[in-house]
Design a protein around this ligand. Structure first.
Ligand code: MG
Ligand code: MG
Length: 256
């Protein structure tokens, strides 16, 4: 018989720990945003992330994750690369690139997970619009993270926002519950019907993460078995926060 994977409801004390994990993760983001300069390598970004995590006594859940084991503490994905790019000492950032950085923090046994996309120097108007739309779609989704709503309400808000601006949401990669491990139930897709799916309850902690593409919803994986690119080579973006459902307003955990 099919049984849905259990969704772990966190206590206020657990959410407090995740909030601290989220604050540390946000401090890594702040550091990395300063380093998005022409000439910096994606390995430089990873080294800075590891240094910042270490200064807080933390590590990333990304390192060693999956098969083949992911070799770094952050993922760095440039332009048509959407997610899971592997940091590389030979890969230099250039003026006009858009760079998606995904980072996780394990603090006192709990995980925070968040991502952003930002430009290197001056970027095209189209790239700027993609970034703005994707970030706004994240907040449109988060606004639906309320007790009594359903996961589909979050999914639909993200999809409708992105598609109303003429862009696409990736289908094969989704948001997810997060807690003692990086990926828990439930899945939180970036497309779907309002009113469908799991009802949201106070104490659920979910990483909401729109992944968008200018020209298609289709993606493919590069031979390195990790890097996910848009199928048509068009630009992509990714914004993510770990969010707690509460008795009232949604609480974003991955902010300073
Ligand atoms: Mg992430
Ligand atoms: Mg995630």
């Amino acid at each position: 018989m099919f049984r849905a994977r259990q969704v772990n409801i966190k206590t206020p004390a657990e959410i407090k720990i995740m909030r601290e994990a989220g604050r540390i993760n946000a401090s890594v983001h702040a550091r990395l945003k300063e380093l998005l300069q022409p000439g910096a390598t994606t390995a430089d970004l990873n080294a800075a992330a590891e240094e910042t995590l270490k200064s807080h006594g933390c590590v990333s859940p990304f390192k060693g994750y999956g098969r083949p084991p992911f070799p770094a503490s952050i993922t760095v994905s440039i332009n048509d690369e959407m997610v899971h790019g592997i940091p590389n000492p030979k890969r230099k950032l250039k003026e006009g690139d858009i760079v998606s950085v995904d980072c996780g923090t394990i603090y006192q046994g709990y995980v925070a997970d968040s991502a952003f996309t930002a430009g290197v120097g001056r970027i095209s108007d189209e790239a700027q619009t993609l970034l703005q739309v994707t970030e706004a779609a994240l907040y449109a989704g988060i606004a639906k993270m309320r007790k009594g709503n359903r996961i589909g309400d979050v999914s639909a808000a993200i999809q409708n926002y992105v598609e109303s601006h003429g862009f696409h949401v990736a289908r094969e990669y989704t948001g997810h519950g997060v807690g003692k491990t990086m990926h828990e139930a439930p899945q939180a897709p970036n497309f779907g019907a309002a009113g469908s799916g799991l009802p949201l309850k106070a104490g659920m902690t979910i990483a909401i993460e729109p992944m968008t593409i200018i020209g298609t919803h289709e993606t493919r994986v590069l031979p390195d078995k990790w890097t996910v690119v848009s199928a048509d080579g068009s630009l992509t973006a990714h914004f993510e926060h770990t969010v707690a459902v509460t008795e009232g307003e949604p609480q974003i955990l991955t902010v300073l």
